[in-house]
Each structure stands twice: as C-alpha cells, then as structure tokens.
Design a protein around this ligand. Structure first.
Ligand SMILES: C[S@@+](CC[C@H](N)C(=O)[O-])C[C@H]1O[C@@H](n2cnc3c(N)ncnc32)[C@H](O)[C@@H]1O
Length: 252
C-alpha cells in the first residue's frame, strides 16, 4: 500500500465556502436519513453504479473520496475494493464525524478521514490513483481551481469519477427538476432535518451549476482525457469519468 504524503493545508475557504461548510455541519445528523427518503434509495443505486465505473478503470492503490460527507460513497468503494487505501476528505468536520461512526472492521483499517478543502488538497502531486466525488463539485466556489487540484494529485492515467446533478438542459429533465427538486424536495428535506434553507439551496445550486457538457470542457482544459458521461434516471444525475492525461496529453 502506497502512503499518501501530507502537504500543509492551504485554507482557502471564502464566504460561499464558509456558508456551505456551516450548512453541512448543521444538517449532518439528519443527512443520511434525508437522502434515503428524498431519493427513495435511488442515491444508493447511483453511487454503486458510479463506484463500479471507478473500479472498472482504476487499479488498486490509493483513492480519494472527495467531498465525502458521511462516507456512504467511501464505504461503497471499500466494499467493492477492500484492499485500497481510501482517504475520505471533506471540509465539514461534522459530516466526517457522523461518517466515522460507520467505520468498523476492515473499513476502519483502510479508510482515513481527513478534513480538507477541495481547492487546496493536502496531498502530494501524482500521489493518488483514483478520485471519486459524489454530489460535491456543485458546491465549490472555484470549480476550475478544484479541477486543477484533482489533476495535480492524480497520477497520469489515474481516474476521476464524478456523480452529480448538473444543470438540466433537456426539457423533460427540466420538468423533473422544477416539480421535484424545486417544489417537493425542499418540503421533504425541511420535514426531515428541520432545515428549510439547506434544502432550498439544493435546487438553487443545481440551477446555477454547469451543464454536463460545460463541465466536460473544464476537465479537458485541466488535463483530463478520455472523458465519458453516463446519464442516470432521465438525466436527473450524471456520472462523468475521465482519465488524468500524461504530460503533453491534454495538459492545460
Ligand atoms: C451533498 S454532500 C455529498 C456527500 C457525499 N459525497 C454523498 O454522496 O453523500 C456535499 C459535501 O461536499 C462537501 N464540500 C462542499 N464544498 C467543499 C469544499 N470546498 N471542500 C471540501 N468539501 C466540500 C460538504 O461539506 C458536503 O459534505
């Protein structure tokens, strides 16, 4: 097992980041329950599918689950890939604390949680074989900067798998977004967590986020190649997988 070297953490949390961090710290106790109810378990199916995509391409080694939250994805990666050393990184300490309670047995030995900001990863250049990020990048203040950070820490040929709600562009997906995300979801999320604002933030963040096409362009500019997209459940969510190019191969 290769060790990840830790570099000094560059704290770059701006005003938006601080608001997002506080919000996730606040909703951490009810986060898992709200996810299960609001998606009727679909989030778990999507996660498993995204993890399978990572495993199909990434060799065993060091993996980073970025914006890991309460570690549901980290645990799904561990179950599918028990020998890998996994770092679960998130800037919301409360989310990680709730996740840590789920680390028992082999998971506790193979998963390390680390508080980190996605814009300044405390990891050495080319030290990671795979990065997974579920429902995280939409929250970032500077997506280009964070994408370059991911490219920096991934070794050439390393894999990035992102599961995300991108801004819908197809009319049917837009209808689902308006009916479900903008109308039903804030009510259900409020009822479960008691936090109305957090679940109004979700549809707003989707509405102002990149389309999946725009995000793929950012990946190419940051040195990723072989970018592929899988659309899930009428395009409500997408999995994007990309390979970290070697020097001169798609480098920005
Ligand atoms: C919607 S949750 C997703 C959690 C988990 N990946 C999942 O699938 O359930 C988004 C997570 O991203 C984290 N996050 C947002 N911005 C971040 C940043 N700049 N650096 C690190 N983590 C961040 C939040 O704290 C939160 O835990």
């Amino acid at each position: 097992m290769k060790d990840i070297q830790t570099l000094p953490v560059g704290a770059v949390i701006d005003e938006h980041g601080a608001t997002v961090q506080k919000m996730f710290d606040r909703i951490a106790p009810g986060y898992d329950r709200a996810n299960r109810v609001m998606s009727l378990g679909t989030d778990e199916r999507w996660r498993r599918r995204a993890v399978a995509k990572l495993l199909a391409h990434a060799p065993a080694g060091v993996g980073l689950d970025l914006c890991a939250g309460t570690l549901d994805s980290t645990l799904a990666i561990h179950r599918a890939f028990p020998e890998a050393h996994l770092v679960a990184g998130d800037f919301a300490g409360e989310m990680l604390e709730h996740g840590k309670k789920k680390l028992v047995g082999t998971a506790a030995a193979h998963i390390e949680t680390r508080q980190m900001d996605a814009h300044a990863l405390p990891l050495a250049d080319a030290s990671v074989d795979g990065i997974f990020c579920a429902f995280g990048i939409r929250n970032l203040s500077d997506l280009d900067r964070a994408t370059h950070e991911q490219a920096r820490v991934l070794r050439a040929g390393g894999q990035l798998v992102v599961l995300e709600f991108f801004r819908p562009t197809r009319w049917l997906t837009r209808v689902v977004h308006v009916v479900y995300n903008e109308t039903l979801l804030p009510i259900v999320g409020w009822a479960i967590t008691g936090d109305r604002e957090a679940y109004r933030y979700l549809p707003r963040s989707i509405g102002r986020f990149d389309s999946v096409g725009r995000y793929c362009e950012r990946l190419s500019s940051a040195g990723f190649v072989d970018v592929e997209v899988e659309s899930l459940t009428l395009g409500v969510a997408c999995i994007v997988r990309a390979t970290r190019g070697s020097a001169g191969q798609g480098d920005a």
